[in-house]
Write a protein that binds this ligand. Sequence first.
Ligand SMILES: Cc1cc2nc3c(=O)[nH]c(=O)nc-3n(C[C@H](O)[C@H](O)[C@H](O)COP(=O)(O)OP(=O)(O)OC[C@H]3O[C@@H](n4cnc5c(N)ncnc54)[C@H](O)[C@@H]3O)c2cc1C
Length: 398
Amino acid sequence: MRHNLKVDFEIDVCIIGGSIAGNYLAYLLAEQNIKCCVIEEHEILGLPFQCAGIISQKILKLAPFPKSLILNRVKTAKIVAPNNQSIELSGKENPVIIDRIELDKFFGKKAQEMGVKYYLGEKYLSHWGLPNNKVCIKTSKNNIVAKIIVGADGPFSKVAKRYGIKNTMIPAVQARVKFNYDLNKTAMHFDQRWKELFVYIVPEGENGVCRIGLATSDHPNKAFSNFLKKIKVDPSQIISRQGGALPFGYPKRFAFKNTVLLGDSACMVKATAGGGIVMLVSAARILAPAISKSLEKNDFSQRFFRKTYERLVKRSLGIELKLHFLIRLILMELKSEDFNRFFRMYLNSKDLYEIVENYADMDFPLKLIGKLLFNREFMQFVCFSFYYKKFAYHPKYY
Ligand SMILES: Cc1cc2nc3c(=O)[nH]c(=O)nc-3n(C[C@H](O)[C@H](O)[C@H](O)COP(=O)(O)OP(=O)(O)OC[C@H]3O[C@@H](n4cnc5c(N)ncnc54)[C@H](O)[C@@H]3O)c2cc1C
């Protein structure tokens, strides 16, 4: 019965999701004159706003955009322990705070100008393979035949679900708040009560507004209001509230027959900080040539996409994303006193300070971890926190 459906149009590539992953990929494909379209369930690109918008400077080289989209640049990250002791990291990172709504729109507009057709207010429903090596995509308004479908439809991806992939999700809460905070500084407050992330304070710029948020699976709204009370934010200072979800894990499978996943749908998110933009933009830059080659060779097999996309992304980003996840699992095991002890140790150790200042990287932690593994104080801390506490001091062994 499905095969009797009226086909509304045919296209080479159909991208589901018109947010940063979908729009940036559409722009890269349009640059190569590949015929593609974007299906977006919302009427307006960039909305709803669900992002703190803090990205490492690498984005400026990976996906250049106008300077007017940069609202602020921060020089220091203040990391706060549960007992309010804090350390400040300056490093070379100098992340930018961006206007995320306008960033999504910017690449969407560019793609449209280059001939990509956008179907806004239209929802992807399902897709299935056709005998002619193509797929039929059913949306709320059209039946589309395409050679390739890209699932850039975010953490709750329906395209991913079609292949049995379901991301573990951590609810996130955020608010734009009138809050006097140092323009040059971003803050991260660690606590066991929000162990899957930290509370972040990100100053938007000279407008005196900060984006404050957290992610936790344990009563996020309550944890968030308690934190706002702690830093003496009155409800009248809250300008708007945002919500969202962070996929929790690392990318496992994201290439299938005629189908690939990109961005949050493939869990390309750093489990330490919840950021996904540098990762998905880097992955899109691998995916665009892979799509171009597959159209050239008329090969849309899972084997082809695994070889030209999945394996390359895993090689360049996968190890780092797994490391982010491992660090997060370790952080989740730490108790408040462990955090406090770590901060004390850091403040008294010149070696640790130098390693962190020279090797810390918001996106790629491999080098830093490599250096820390050879630092005696750090390893003593890890051994004490995990080995001794769990085994040596365990009542079972006395
Ligand atoms: C509170 C919060 C703060 C964050 N802060 C940062 C940060 O500071 N820095 C950073 O790098 N990252 C941050 N992130 C993560 C970042 O926002 C995501 O990694 C990024 O938005 C993922 O982009 P995406 O295009 O893959 O998915 P999304 O941005 O989720 O977009 C998916 C798109 O698909 C559309 N869609 C979904 N289903 C369908 C359907 N069935 N049919 C049609 N369209 C559909 C949606 O409407 C949406 O437009 C944050 C996330 C949250 C929740």
